[in-house]
Design a protein around this ligand. Structure first.
Ligand code: UD1
Ligand code: CA
Length: 475
């Protein structure tokens, strides 16, 4: 718990430079909106208050965040624009007697780590500063506010790019948009901030020069890891931040014992959970809350969304969502597992197979070219190549139930609702419309009739007719 701390997260801006229907702060990296990363980090400080300032598409932002961050309080900014106004409406919503520190975070600065924030707060408190800002030195400071110091190195003010003189624009120390303020001073000086600048906005950064003008202490903490201060204003920066975050996540799992063959083409969401001795092959996306047990091999060319992969399972060239893959099972290549697929231990879903709402028992196999939907399949079952559950009669979906040890012939069509008893078999090409009792063989195909000489008579002169004649006369 960080005592006497309120956190204000700025998320009211439109993010014009994204050119998007979606508010900037909701654009995701690592499977989570930008502002979600900020909230996740903020939550770890256990402050008394967490406020998120919203305005642009406020309902969309509130809906996207309130489930995952129930402690956050949403504050509506009015039509006075600017980061200063955003902080002002938030601080006005705090209890009037709150006299602790206010940590201000930007919803578009997603890569900050909690250690950096702790250092910022500790430094601020030990310096007894009225304000402490986080700064960074960048080779290319374009777009950021610049930190202007006097000859003694004391912070004087922050100048926005759009308001900067040529000399000021040449400064490479930037304002990360992350600050700690003492609440009473913040209240006082915010009320004196005007809108006299290139953008006609109430800049939060103006508070810094007002504090300095009143001889208050303003400190700056230089971030060691410049990537952590990365602010996202457009889609180029969005992709860059996504890459930085992914590199961090991949490295974290590598240190936990995961082999990642090609970090550059492996994408792992923040919420995913991997285990020691998992191997990830190139071009693989491990998304959302996917969990992978020890020894599993996943990839190449695989996307898993909210899946569970069991111990020592092998999943290659597969696209799966909300699927559970049992221990020792194999999936792929070219398999499509849709939500509700549960493959038992040591089971198999093979090449060109699509599954949905299908429970496939232990050791059961769907090896080739099948569609299995709305089905419950027992143990030790083998569905012959191209077995299909016809689950949809054009109006309703129906279930197929298959008992233990059932084997179906190639190209069986199981017209649901239908049940195959334990140990039953179907002949190749069977169209099964009626339940099959345990141990029965179901056949639905008319006996085969050969019309001899048909090709030579009806297709004379073709390659087929010539080949047939040669074979027939050789006999
Ligand atoms: C801001 C800082 C700049 C700093 C940069 C760091 C100001 C005036 N400038 O510039 O010094 O280098 O961040 O990334 O503060 N927002 C609101 N209400 C508003 C306007 C913005 O809540 O009226 C929110 C935005 O949603 C965003 C954050 O504040 O999350 C920053 O706003 P943005 O417009 O991106 O500021 P920058 O121009 O990047
Ligand atoms: Ca910004």
């Amino acid at each position: 718990m960080t005592a006497n701390l309120a956190i204000i997260i700025l998320a009211a801006g439109q993010g014009t430079r994204m050119k998007s229907r979606i508010p900037k702060v909701l654009h995701p990296i690592g499977g989570r909106p930008l502002v979600g990363h900020v909230l996740t980090t903020a939550a770890r400080l256990e402050a008394q208050h967490i406020e998120v300032v919203v305005r642009h598409e406020r309902d969309q932002v509130v809906t996207a965040l309130s489930k995952d961050y129930p402690d956050a309080v949403f504050i509506d900014q009015d039509d006075v624009p600017g980061t200063g106004r955003a902080v002002q409406v938030a601080i006005d919503a705090l209890p009037g007697d709150f006299d602790g520190d206010v940590l201000v975070l930007s919803g578009d600065v997603p890569l900050l780590e909690v250690e950096t924030l702790r250092r910022l707060i500790d430094g601020h408190r030990s310096a007894a500063a009225a304000a402490t800002l986080l700064s960074a030195r960048l080779d290319d400071p374009t777009g950021y506010g610049r930190v202007i110091r006097d000859d003694a190195g004391t912070v004087q003010r922050i100048v926005e790019q759009k308001d900067a003189s040529t000399d000021e624009a040449a400064v490479t120390e930037i304002n990360a948009g992350v600050y700690v303020f003492r609440a009473p001073e913040l209240r006082t000086y915010l009320s004196r901030v005007g809108q006299d600048n290139a953008q006609g906005e109430m800049y939060l950064t103006t508070v810094i020069e007002l504090l300095r003008g009143a001889d208050q202490t303003v400190a700056a903490e230089l971030a060691e890891d410049t990537a952590s201060t990365f602010g996202i204003n457009d889609r180029v920066q969005l992709a860059e931040a996504g890459r930085v975050l992914n590199d961090r996540i991949v490295r974290r799992w590598q240190r936990e014992g995961v082999t990642v063959i090609d970090p550059a083409t492996t994408w792992i969401d923040d919420d995913a959970n991997l285990s020691p001795d998992v191997t990830i092959l190139p071009n693989t996306h491990i998304l959302r809350a996917t969990a992978i047990a020890p020894g599993a091999i996943v990839g190449p060319d695989t996307t898993l969304v909210d899946c569970e992969v069991g111990e020592d399972a092998i999943v290659r060239r597969t696209d799966a969502t909300l699927a559970v893959i049992g221990a020792g099972a194999t999936v792929g290549p070219f398999s499509f597992l849709r939500p509700g697929t549960v493959l038992g231990a040591n089971g198999k879903i093979g090449a060109y197979v699509e599954t949905k709402n299908a429970e496939i028992g232990e050791g059961s196999k769907v090896p080739h070219l099948s569609y299995v939907g709305d089905a419950t399949i027992g143990r030790g079952v083998n569905l012959g190549a191209s077995t299909i559950t016809a689950n949809y009669d054009d109006v309703h979906k129906h279930r197929t139930e298959i008992g233990d040890e059932v084997h179906t012939g190639s190209h069986t069509v199981l017209v649901a609702p239908v049940r195959l008893g334990a140990g039953a078999k179907t002949a190749a090409g069977a169209v099964v419309r009626k339940d099959v009792p345990a141990g029965a063989l179901a056949m639905s195909v008319a006996p085969q009739r050969n019309i001899e000489g048909w090709v030579e008579k009806n297709r004379a002169g073709t390659g087929a007719a010539d080949a047939a004649s040669r074979e027939n006369s050789a006999e």
